[in-house]
Design a protein around this ligand. Structure first.
Ligand code: MLT
Length: 279
């Protein structure tokens, strides 16, 4: 894949790395926890023939330096910094899980700068008390035993049964590649996710198309929660995937590509895209 790895030159997120590849309408793909922008490699390699992809490594992930005190909202500002740096005034923004929480915060603050909003295994609901307690326990575990122990226990649960059974080696490789993850960065993401507000209002006010990709087996962002949100935007595309859990880009890569391709074309051609404010 002919990809330029670029860095933000200054500001709070100086040296944050992002991929820039392809030609056409700008599309930003934002990864979730605990991976990096390479999560989208398979799809990016296909989509780059008709759109321009900007794919960051969030601060503390992949090649981007960790910045203490990151919040979901500050990471949304970081996405905005990338657009400014590239002189892009509008993009289609698609976020996976935590990346979706960031995309929602971006849509709240920079509504005029999106031409479509995709939530890939993500949700506009805030953390439940139970989820917050689970994150607090996980942070204690990673501090005591290190990122490797935590990720070996946590990451298999992101995948559906079928994938876990048929892709044992790939899963081990993925987990192994993350074992050196910075505990400070992982904890900062959990803190950020715990503090984020619900953003169903963003969905209600959205006048560009929304995309919801939902895994029926997802235990991290349950289908039942997301299904309550799909009718909030004016226009939604919804994909409910029976054989996927939380990472369908890896679990069913060609279907994920198909979904993205269709949504991107739909957003580009969407007739009311200039009218981004509810009247
Ligand atoms: C993610 O994939 O980004 C996380 O699982 C999201 C979460 O824990 O809420």
């Amino acid at each position: 894949m002919n990809v330029q790895m670029k860095k933000l030159p200054d500001g709070l997120f100086k040296n944050t790395v992002y991929r820039d590849t392809g030609n056409g309408f700008p599309v930003m793909l934002v990864h979730g926890f605990p991976v990096d922008g390479s999560l989208w490699d398979y799809q990016a390699n296909k989509l780059k023939s008709f759109c321009r992809l900007l794919i960051p490594d969030l601060p503390g992930s992949g090649q981007s330096p960790f910045i203490s005190g990151v919040t979901i909202e500050s990471m949304a500002n970081m996405l905005h910094d990338i657009l400014l740096q590239e002189h892009i005034d509008r993009c289609i923004l698609i976020g996976h899980s935590m990346g979706g929480y960031i995309a929602l915060a971006f849509a709240e603050k920079y509504a005029q700068e999106i031409k479509g909003l995709g939530l890939y295994h993500s949700s506009a609901f805030p953390d439940t008390q139970e989820k917050k307690q689970g994150r607090t326990r996980s942070m204690a575990m990673m501090r005591q035993y290190g990122a490797g122990v935590f990720l070996r226990q946590m990451m298999p649960n992101l995948f559906g049964e079928k994938y876990r059974k048929n892709n044992k080696a790939a899963l081990q490789t993925l987990i192994k590649g993350k074992e050196d993850a910075d505990v400070n960065a992982l904890s900062a993401y959990y803190e950020a996710m715990m503090k984020r507000p619900g953003r169903t209002n963003v969905l209600k006010q959205l006048t560009v198309p929304a995309l919801f990709v939902i895994g029926k087996e997802d235990t991290s962002v349950p289908a039942a929660d997301v299904l309550q949100q799909v009718a909030l935007p004016a226009v939604s595309q919804v994909h409910l995937l029976s054989d996927a859990a939380h990472i369908s880009m890896l679990e069913m890569p060609d279907i994920a590509t198909c979904i993205l391709e269709e949504f991107i074309h739909f957003c580009i051609n969407y007739p009311f895209a200039e009218d981004n404010v509810v009247k």
